[in-house]
Design a protein. Structure first.
Length: 198
């Protein structure tokens, strides 16, 4: 899928969620999953200025990427005591824009970023259909609904999310020979529309 410019004119918080833990690059580096350019990039990111990180170039930026799962819990799966169904597995290495580029694009576009502001990556999709990062991509805009096992053994389909569905994102950073470092799960529940008085 062709990527739009990073965060261009998309400064809104519709359907946004954030996990309850932050794992900084210094912690990742100390725990061992980063090596070579990734470790060098993590050390540079821990510095007060972004210049050291930017000077390392695209190879180092690429080395800091990680994996991501998107799961879907439906009311019928919840009622049956089943966990969420996996919809996709992708990796941040497929991002068209580095975090540094997204940050630069935000500021050039007039966004007055301040220390402590939250900057989201947006949809992370890979090159194959199974790595699509959005329900719109997974279901081809609803034309090919995603199928998975439902709560009583029947097959459920979703072209779009439905009321009561819970989307779960979970991510990690890993390297062979070291423990996987997980990031906190991020949950978002689809609620029914609110009826407004006319």
């Amino acid at each position: 899928m062709c990527s739009a410019a990073p965060a261009a004119a998309r400064r809104f918080a519709a359907a946004s969620a954030i996990g309850d833990q932050i794992v900084d690059l210094a912690a990742l580096s100390a725990a061992g999953p980063l090596q070579g350019l990734a470790a060098q990039a993590a050390r540079a990111c821990a510095q007060p200025a972004l210049n050291d990180f930017m000077a390392l170039g695209p190879a180092a930026w690429q080395a800091l990427r990680h994996g991501l799962f998107a799961l879907l819990e439906t009311p019928s799966r919840r009622a049956a005591g089943m966990g969420p169904a996996r919809l996709t597995r992708t990796s941040f290495r497929h991002q068209h824009w580095t975090v540094a580029q997204m940050l630069a694009h935000h500021t050039v576009g007039g966004c007055n970023l301040q220390a402590g502001d939250l900057l989201g990556s947006g949809t992370i999709s890979g090159p194959t259909a199974s790595e699509a990062g959005a329900m719109m991509e997974l279901s081809h805009a609803g034309r090919k609904p995603v199928r998975f096992e439902g709560g009583s053994g029947q097959i459920e389909e979703r072209g779009f999310l439905a009321d009561g569905d819970v989307v779960v994102f979970t991510g990690w950073c890993e390297r062979p020979g070291f423990a996987r470092i997980g990031f906190s799960e991020c949950h978002g529940t689809v609620l029914p529309a609110i009826e407004l008085p006319i």
